[in-house]
Ligand binder design. Structure first.
Ligand SMILES: Nc1nc2c(ncn2[C@@H]2O[C@H](COP(=O)(O)OP(=O)(O)O)[C@@H](O)[C@H]2O)c(=O)[nH]1
Ligand SMILES: [Mg+2]
Length: 348
């Protein structure tokens, strides 16, 4: 099974309960008026971005979302019970699009919601209103109304859920550039490992503690190779993961080990990203010049700076623990604007 970061689901909110047709029956009131209560509302389906969930795998096994129907109205003007909403937890960073009823149907380009902040809620399908009891149909000309209405149907639809947020910082680089070493050196905690049987591409995420109790997440996303944009290797899997990292840190082997050239490496990395999604090329990014403990690295860094004078370059030795404070400071500066909570479209 693959890392589930995209899944089509069908959601249907509860139908409303029916209104009731009933008349008062009491001692000494032989022909009482109508007293049929209204039906209750069907339960809404509400999505909630949840920070403790990091996969859509639950929907892989159960791609149907439902909520309860409203109770029917009863006599003595008793209204049916409204059903509780079904609040469905999805990972922070889940994007919802309208889809068709079969996998071949097109998916709408424009998302209907991006659940990007923990706690954010979105009303996906509204429960149906309850029907009206016969009390509502009483009039001067109709004292014995038998009309009552059925409950309305709950909204339903097919949706595509897509998970795109991985971390604040995505480490992008060729194998052996030092991404894993850097992640280990920077991060104090690892969020609980998600139980994906598919591990080769599963991004490894760490938490970096910054001054003032601020924290950012950083992801080591292995697997970028040349031709990734053509889906070579597991290219698209990889690229989809980095789309929603807020910033990218390109990790380069500045020592040029194994005959690599940092300049070429950087150009190829950028090219792969651009060919996959031009937006990726516009993402805020900086260069981590790693392995600066190796003497040759200094020459290479000089050449690199001459070639790319405008790039922000942070020289480090991930293994030797040099320059890591510079990386933290840069992360704090770039990422630690207070998070704006996007307007919640509908809350229940
Ligand atoms: N000399 C030197 N070697 C490093 C440094 N950082 C990582 N390495 C070595 O480079 C190799 C690849 O590192 P790794 O973190 O696994 O790279 P990844 O494939 O990008 O995750 C390992 O043998 C590391 O010990 C560094 O700062 N200096
Ligand atoms: Mg690694």
């Amino acid at each position: 099974m693959r890392f589930v970061d995209q899944i089509r689901v069908h959601a249907k909110a509860g139908d409303g309960g029916s209104g009731c047709c009933s008349f008062r029956r009491e001692k000494f009131i032989p022909r009482g008026g109508p007293d049929g209560g209204d039906g209750g509302r069907g339960g809404n389906i509400v999505l909630e971005a949840n920070a403790d969930t990091d996969t859509l795998v639950a929907f892989f096994f159960e791609p149907l979302i439902r909520s309860g129907r409203g109770g029917h109205g009863t006599g003595k003007d008793k209204h049916g019970r409204s059903a509780q909403p079904n609040v469905v937890k999805v990972p922070v960073g889940t994007i919802i699009r309208r889809a068709g009823a079969t996998p071949r149907d097109p998916v709408e380009d424009e998302p209907i919601v991006d659940l990007s902040v923990a706690g954010q809620r979105f009303l996906l399908c509204k429960g149906g209103d309850g029907g009206k009891g016969n009390t509502h149909f009483k009039s001067s000309t109709n004292r014995v109304p038998r009309q009552h209405t059925k409950g309305y149907e709950g909204e339903e639809g097919w949706f595509l859920m897509e998970l795109r947020t991985i971390a604040d910082i995505g480490l992008v680089g060729y194998p052996n550039a030092g991404k894993s070493t850097l992640l280990g050196a920077l991060s104090s905690a690892r969020p609980k490992a998600a139980p994906y049987p598919f591990t080769t591409l599963h991004p490894s995420v760490g938490v970096v503690e910054l001054e003032g109790y601020r924290r950012v997440t950083i992801a080591d996303i292995p697997g970028l190779i040349e031709g990734a944009h053509e889906n070579r290797g597991l290219g698209h899997e990889f690229l989809r993961h980095i789309v929603r990292c807020r910033t990218l840190f390109f990790v380069l082997d500045m020592a040029g080990s194994e005959g690599r050239s940092p300049i070429e490496d950087y150009q190829t990395l950028r090219k792969e990203l651009r060919l996959y999604d031009p937006l990726l090329a516009k993402k805020p990014a900086c260069i981590i010049a790693n392995k600066m403990d190796v003497p040759e690295a200094h020459e290479n860094l000089k050449a690199f700076k001459t070639r790319f004078p405008k790039l922000k370059i942070l020289p480090i030795s991930a293994e030797g623990g040099e320059g890591l404070q510079g990386v933290r400071d840069y992360a704090a500066k770039k990422l630690f604007a207070p998070k704006v909570v996007p307007e919640v479209i509908v809350t229940d």
